[in-house]
Ligand binder design. Structure first.
Ligand SMILES: C[S@@+](CC[C@H](N)C(=O)[O-])C[C@H]1O[C@@H](n2cnc3c(N)ncnc32)[C@H](O)[C@@H]1O
Length: 217
């Protein structure tokens, strides 16, 4: 097995060899997000954005949900991968951060396929139809909420659809025994929950900050 540290150079190289390059809208969104300070670290990278678009296309997604939208980069990548007539429901609680998202969606010409609900995500998810109507979901909000989002979303994803969850390796610290960090504890419990869930088959990618890819059975 080979592994190596991912430098900015190798990440750029990888992105440059992918099909979708960050355009002017993305570059502006990234610089506006950077101006927010430390919070900017929550934004997915270009390589993960490319993967989100690819996975959205691979499942031919028409109905998608994102839990944790922030300034909108990951939602933009999902929206760009949707099949014709597809739509994405975005869940967040921040009016301020999602104002940047709304602007980017409009500039990118995808605003008509995205609906944003500003409310605790668990309330938004509970209000969705209960039958399996979703093709793809991306969980990237508060870590202690992941288990509740999973519980609401799994029954609503159709067979063959995907559930994605971000940051599941928590900078590589998730397997450390110290349980005093609330986020790390929540992610450990979440990863155990997913691994033991016989409604899905799962891969945990060691790329990015750890990405769970679960296919609904
Ligand atoms: C890691 S950021 C999302 C990053 C985004 N996916 C991206 O790549 O740009 C987490 C987001 O979850 C939102 N959030 C936190 N708690 C939430 C909750 N209970 N319900 C909905 N959204 C929540 C925050 O406001 C924040 O925008």
């Amino acid at each position: 097995m080979r592994s190596f540290a991912i430098t900015d150079e190798i990440r750029s190289y990888a992105v440059e060899h992918g099909s979708w390059q960050p355009d002017e809208v993305v570059r502006r969104l990234q610089s506006d997000t950077l101006a927010l300070g430390d919070a900017a670290g929550m934004q997915v990278g270009d390589d993960q954005g490319q993967l989100l678009t690819m996975l959205t296309r691979l499942v031919g997604a028409r109905r998608a949900v994102e839990v944790g939208t922030f300034t909108g980069y990951s939602s933009l990548c999902i929206a760009r991968g949707l099949a014709d007539g597809g739509s994405l429901l975005c869940c967040d609680v921040s009016e301020e951060w999602t104002a940047l998202a709304r602007r980017a969606w409009a500039e990118a010409g995808v605003a008509d396929r995205i609906e944003l609900r500003l409310a605790p995500a668990v309330d938004t998810l509970r209000a969705l139809p209960e039958e399996p109507h979703l093709d793809l979901v991306f969980i990237d909000a508060d870590k202690p909420g992941y288990a509740a989002y999973w519980a609401e979303l799994v029954p609503r994803v159709r067979a063959g659809g995907l559930l994605l969850a971000d940051n599941v390796l928590w900078s590589g610290r998730v397997a450390e025994p110290d349980d005093t960090d609330r986020n790390r504890t929540a992610l450990r419990e979440f990863n155990d929950l997913v691994a033991g869930d016989d409604r899905v088959e799962v891969v945990v990618l060691t790329a990015f900050d750890g990405l769970t890819i679960a296919r609904r059975l």
